[in-house]
Design a protein around this ligand. Structure first.
Ligand SMILES: [Zn+2]
Length: 467
């Protein structure tokens, strides 16, 4: 171990109690982004983060206004010509704390009990944000950082980042970097550090079917006029085959096949059949033949019916032949599928299969492309090695089934991939009462990030530090 690295690690150990006190300070600011009453608290939290960055020696720290809550930006230049640039992403907002009566200690009065710090935002993600900032502090107080940093700390993550797309477009000159580091994900178990290497995209549609001009008497017209509810059900039934595969024409053409090594990585995620049965209490699992539950949930595309409507759904009976039927249908997409292409595929399926007895239309609601990072990139390798150094095991490479707006937007607007990780645990009670942070894991997280920045400089940067 280099002397520089051991100094930074010693610094983090010696200052751990202060780091914890500073985290408590931030948690005491109730920065609930959805609450219209909390504008002043949001500004206070943004100012707190900006002060932290300034104390680190970050330059051009700015609290940039948006339509709603400000974004904190800043920049650190290490002075090495070939050094990589990392965009540190974070969010300072939190979910509402309600229902308050279920908290064992007040949500905005952070309290340590046993190995945990309890408080709203302790894990999601004030704790993770500080883990990153404190790792940077530990290095900068003792030595040079061999990477350039840029910061993007937003206040709207918990309400879906509505201002972020426009912000990234407007401020792209201040955000461009080789790769983003987002610590808002977590680890799958305390003994298994995790790097999330992909997120699924989304294509969301509404399918509307029209039959007769108005609802009809099913006794007078049933058997003569085709029922749109029946047609809708048949169309939906045809969207999967008996092996659980989606039948839209060309749906799998762009799906990257899983390599044996990727399948072995996914097999280490503790989410097997028993886990999904226990978590969901479903009578049995369903899915594409030939794939494990972890593969189906993260690495394979899906098509789901999210809502259905037709005819009479009130109490009792009404002998109606409905004039209209509607289904909300969404697809989760994996690299390299494209939401607009999936739209075309759905239209092609309907042109082929919808009978002439109904008229139909498709509305495309939301769409976001899938995002993935090459696990062999030097930045990912630097984090992997740091995790191995601290945990003594190879990290799990997870594929997340959902999507995260900022990750998709950085990819779409700036072409920037994101390293998604973090040190929150699955039972941290995110968004729920008694949110907590496992302090021993947090400490390991800070150490991991110190080593990550150290590895990163050595792996990617070239030349000696500018003394
Ligand atoms: Zn979060």
């Amino acid at each position: 171990m280099s002397q520089n690295l051991s100094q930074a690690l010693d610094y983090a150990r010696n200052n751990h109690q202060r780091f914890l006190e500073e985290l408590k300070e931030l948690i005491r600011i109730p920065s609930v982004s959805t609450d219209p009453q909390s504008a002043a608290e949001m500004e206070k939290a943004a100012a707190w983060v900006a002060d932290q960055l300034r104390a680190l020696g970050v330059s051009e720290v700015a609290i940039c206004p948006t339509a709603r809550h400000p974004v904190v930006c800043g920049e650190y230049r290490c002075g090495l010509p070939a050094a990589p640039t990392l965009l540190v992403y974070g969010h300072y907002d939190v979910q509402p704390a309600e229902p308050l009566e279920l908290w064992q200690s007040p949500p905005f009065e952070p309290t340590v009990r046993g190995e945990y710090l309890f408080g709203r935002g302790a894990s999601d993600m004030k704790g993770q944000l500080l883990a990153g900032l404190k790792a940077i502090e530990a290095i900068l107080r003792n030595n040079h950082l061999r990477v350039n940093l840029r910061f993007l700390i937003e206040g709207e993550e918990e309400i879906g980042s509505p201002s972020l797309k426009q912000f990234i477009e407007e401020y792209q000159h201040r955000l461009r970097a080789d790769v983003a580091l987002n610590l808002d994900s977590g680890i799958v178990a305390p003994d298994l550090p995790t790097i999330t290497v992909s997120l699924r995209g989304l294509a969301y549609f509404e399918l509307r079917l029209y039959g007769a001009a108005g609802d009809l008497h099913s006794g007078t017209f049933g058997g003569v006029v085709h029922n749109p509810a029946q047609v809708l059900c048949e169309l939906i039934a045809g969207m999967h085959d008996r092996q659980g595969r989606v039948t839209l024409p060309g749906f799998y053409d762009r799906v990257r096949p899983l390599s044996q090594a990727e399948r072995e990585d996914l097999a280490r995620i503790p989410q097997d059949e028993a886990y999904f049965l226990k978590t969901t209490a479903a009578p049995a699992l369903f899915g594409e033949e030939g794939y494990t539950p972890a593969e189906r949930a993260g690495a394979r595309p899906t098509l789901e019916v999210n809502g259905l409507y037709s005819g009479y759904i009130g109490e009792g009976s009404k002998t109606v032949l409905p004039a209209y039927a509607m289904a909300k249908i969404s697809c989760r997409l994996v690299p390299d599928q494209d939401p607009n292409e999936v739209h075309e595929q759905l239209l092609a399926y309907l042109r082929e299969h919808a009978p002439r007895t109904v008229r139909w239309e498709v509305v495309q609601w939301a769409g976001s492309p899938p995002a993935a990072i090459d696990p062999h990139r030097p930045e990912v390798a630097a984090l992997q090695r740091a995790m191995e150094q601290v945990w003594g095991v190879k990290p799990a490479f997870k594929r997340e089934g959902g999507s995260i707006p900022v990750v998709a937007q950085l990819k779409e607007i700036l072409g920037m991939p994101t390293i998604l990780s973090g040190f929150g645990l699955p039972d941290d009670n995110l968004h729920a009462p008694n949110e907590r942070l496992h302090l021993p894991t947090w400490k390991r997280g800070i150490e991991t990030l110190i080593r990550f920045f150290d590895n990163l400089g050595v792996t990617v940067g070239e030349g000696a530090p500018a003394e």
